[in-house]
Design a protein around this ligand. Sequence first.
Ligand code: PLP
Length: 431
Amino acid sequence: MTERTLHPDTLALHGGYRSDPATGAVAVPIYQTTSYQFRDTDHAENLFALKELGNIYTRIMNPTDDVLEKRLTALEGGAAGLALSSGQAASTFSILNLCEAGDNFVSSTDIYGGTWNLFANTLKSLGIECRFVDPEDPEAFARATDDKTRCYYAETLPNPKLHIFPIAEVASIGRKLGVPLIMDNTAAPLLCRPFDHGAAIVVYSTTKFIGGHGTSIGGMLIDGGNFDWEAQSERFRLLNSPDPSYHGAVWTEAAKPLGPIAYILRARVILLRDFGSCMSPLNAFQFIQGVESLPVRMVRHCENAARVADFLASHDTVETVIYPGLQSGEVRKRADTYLSNGYGALVGFEVKGGRDAGKAFIDNLELLYHVANIGDARSLAIHPASTTHSQLSEADQLATGTTPGYVRLSIGLEHIDDIIADLQQALEKVS
Ligand code: PLP
């Protein structure tokens, strides 16, 4: 039985681990250690020279994190993963692993507000230009590409718009031009596998559905092992030229004995070594617990969200409902192409009465939590225009789909009648 033949439900429980080699423990132990005793000086030298793989220091690897990396990589059908301290760290690393000052990358406008700020402001201050394009026009990615373009970036199921990104269309444009597509799959684990559609790298905020219980912040970067970095040695200089910070290593060469993992190898031994945004082993353990029940949780998330979307669509106080299962035309076709087993847990809607009504709805909720998070087992709500997207200009808010009365729900696992009863009473108080 190889991992490649196992179903996701089975991989979620068994991927990357059978039992602890030291103790036989079936639950993954929390290796709460900073360092690892070297056998002798030759062993230490070989580990540092990457001639032998093994644990050196928890800032760059840890056995508990390693199981989570292997498990998520198996679920995505990728080649290798890197656990990080947050989703923000994962998005940052995904770009900094390819771009230097003077380079650019092209991003969909439909991304999380925190990623937008990172791309539009912080990376800009480092000399890296983000070119935002409308994902409804995949050719816009080609038009924005030049010989300094290092990657494309998008979210599978971006909120607030919840229009599924045209993954295969943009990945194939990128592959023709020699540009890899990085997909943030945070809102659609198990519903979509971006590598199956041509993406090269997957980013996760594990804080959300993977953890699933709102306890821990974390991120994951997964290398699909399916992109030829050597074919464009100029474009991917960071992977193809000698690295002065690591004995002149050339990452595409150094990775050869290990597999098609040049991208993730550099992210680990350079970016994680230097920036230090590692995932704590305790958090990795929490995420492993989360992954084990992810397949069953996603089913219930999707069922409950579909029921909520139908309820909102029939309510007088609601202007519009934004939910992939209620979309039509091309946008719906994409949802059906890229998502399987449900349309996710996120439901957006526009309350009649604009900004004040949106805020009043939130203030009247009794069961749903008012928090800046998604993917918790509990149902959550937020008014993006006054919170997550409030730092964006009005024009940028509209570009990301944040209208003044927009409310975003992340539907949890409670009994559906209780969720709907709370929405109903809060809407009644607004109207
Ligand atoms: N990507 C998406 C789609 C998100 O929704 C978030 C957070 O809300 C992030 C990335 C950032 O993740 P984190 O909060 O774990 O840093």
